[in-house]
Design a protein around this ligand. Structure first.
Ligand code: HEC
Ligand code: HEC
Length: 447
């Protein structure tokens, strides 16, 4: 009550002094706004603003077969972290020890904390995932790991084609690729069902990551009532299925926005949310440095694939597993077209700070090196010949100060410091998460 009175008096005071809240614009803000407008699909800077995380009706690119609801978001949130459904491992020793979040850790901006994520077949957590290693009783081919660095599962409303090669999803960049659906990766046959990328990829993810959804396990872990609430229109057989779980997970992902980042606040009118350096960086991003040629959209991802010649996971000198799974070929692993060799999806750029590993092959360890890489435009992967490089991958001639300002924009201007709001305090089974093996539990301080 006391707080409320103080707050009310405070607001009244501000109201009387300023009459009306007016953003304080500088010339730099005005210049930046007009530069951003020229890259907006609507001609307005609002195009870059993300919705609030509970404003379901305004989430873009929803799958008509899976409208987002509160019940689905809440269920998906728990399933994502639930180690109890990890009950189809290669070896019994790993039963119920891993989850989706083993490779997508919220405190690591939903990446793995190491160059390669390991779920089934891994032991340990260390500092935010960095200390996970292969269980010695597993063979390298038996672990659940992929031949590319995990993508962050944030701002996924803007991802219409899932994975680095964009293989999943019937729309967006996959229009015109119908002839290869189900051909290279047989699971891409799901694209024939007119699905958005998330809804298409997640049923596959549950299989790949050795997780089980059925009535028995949901009863046992305590999820049945939540499935009933989230999917009242489905019959029992459809309701307690991996498909329904994938719909809940997709709804949860669609609600994860980095909408508290300084640049988002600036776009919404709080012109003091960004520093002068960050604004300089943004002016370069949309101007001289031309990052926007590829990274354009609210999450600064791109509806295109580009070859920028970075190393693959097996070229960084680390012990990695399953690098022969075709992922190094990029888009061509899906389209089976040599013109698409080494092209990767242009990824989103929010919450990069502290990830430790950048690019699909985890070849860079800090953001300044990434920016310098684009500044020099010298390919580092010998397999990617000059004629395969994207025409927009060109030396930029940025000065040291410009590189620093651009880095500052990416590192802090595009950083939402509170992603932990998307993590539950517990999961229904009561298990530990992201991992639940003995060593991880000890390292995570979880009993
Ligand atoms: C063993 C580590 C690992 C686990 C466990 C894992 N992921 Fe991932 N995830 C990855 C990697 C690696 C990629 C990128 C792979 C690629 O694009 O080729 C990825 C990509 C994704 C993407 C695509 C994002 C985009 O921008 O296209 C989604 C969605 C996703 N994961 C969801 C999930 C869900 C849901 C689960 C649990 C069912 C899960 N992941 C479990 C490693 C993992
Ligand atoms: C030719 C298109 C293109 C241009 C221009 C471009 N990028 Fe990218 N960017 C990409 C692609 C494609 C990737 C993913 C490459 C890979 O991993 O194979 C990427 C990756 C990144 C990453 C790492 C993301 C991650 O998850 O690891 C950052 C950061 C980045 N770009 C920032 C920038 C900045 C800053 C600029 C401007 C100086 C820029 N990019 C210009 C296409 C481009």
């Amino acid at each position: 009550m006391k707080k409320l009175i103080i707050a009310t008096v405070g607001c009244l005071f501000i109201y009387l002094v300023s009459c009306k809240y007016e953003p304080v614009y500088t010339q730099q803000d005005l210049d930046l706004e007009s530069s951003i407008k020229t890259h907006s699909k609507t001609g307005n800077i609002n195009w870059f603003i993300m919705p609030e995380s509970s404003d379901y009706a305004n989430f873009p690119n929803q799958d008509p077969k899976n409208p987002v609801t509160k019940e689905k978001v809440e269920l998906g949130n728990l399933l994502f972290f639930e180690t109890g459904i990890g009950i189809a491992p290669k070896k019994a020793v790993s039963i119920a020890t891993y989850s989706c979040s083993s490779c997508h850790i919220p405190e690591k901006n939903f990446t793995a904390g190491r160059f390669q994520g390991i779920a089934d077949g891994g032991i340990g957590y260390g500092v935010l995932g960095s200390g996970r290693f292969k269980n010695p009783t597993y063979d390298g081919t038996e672990v659940d790991a992929q031949g590319a660095r995990p993508l962050p599962v944030i701002n996924l409303s803007y991802v219409r084609n899932a994975l680095w090669n964009g293989a999943f999803g019937s729309f967006g960049m996959n229009e015109g690729t119908e002839s290869v659906w189900g051909v290279g990766d047989t699971l891409t046959k799901i694209n024939l069902e007119n699905r958005e990328g998330l809804e298409a990829v997640i049923t596959r993810a549950l299989i790949v990551h050795r997780q089980v959804i059925n009535k028995d396990i949901l009863d046992k872990l305590g999820y049945t009532a939540m499935f009933d609430k989230a999917f009242p229109d489905l019959n029992e057989q459809e309701r307690y299925s991996p498909q329904a779980a994938s719909h809940a997970l997709a709804a949860y992902f669609r609600s994860i926005y980095t909408n508290q980042a300084p640049f988002q606040k600036w776009l919404k009118g709080d012109k003091s949310a960004m520093t002068i350096e960050q604004k300089n960086g943004a002016a370069l991003f949309f101007g001289k440095a031309k990052c926007v040629n590829c990274h354009n959209g609210p999450s600064l991802n791109g509806q295109r694939f580009a070859a920028v010649g970075v190393k693959d996971l097996d070229q960084i000198g680390e012990t990695v597993f399953k690098t022969n799974d075709g992922r190094s070929k990029g888009r061509a692993s899906f389209t089976l077209d040599n013109n698409d060799l080494y092209k990767f999806k242009v990824p989103e750029l929010y919450n990069m700070k502290g990830n430790d590993f950048y690019f699909h092959g985890a070849s860079k360890h800090n953001l300044k090196d990434v920016v310098q890489y684009f500044n020099y435009a010298l390919p580092e992967n010998p397999n990617v010949t000059t004629e395969r490089l994207d025409p927009f991958f060109k030396p930029l001639g940025l000065t040291e100060k410009e590189v620093n300002d651009l880095t500052e924009l990416i590192e802090n201007g595009l950083f939402d410091p509170n992603l932990i709001r998307y993590k539950p305090s517990s999961v229904t089974s009561g298990n530990c998460f992201p991992n639940n093996d003995t060593r991880s539990k000890l390292e995570m301080g979880c009993n």
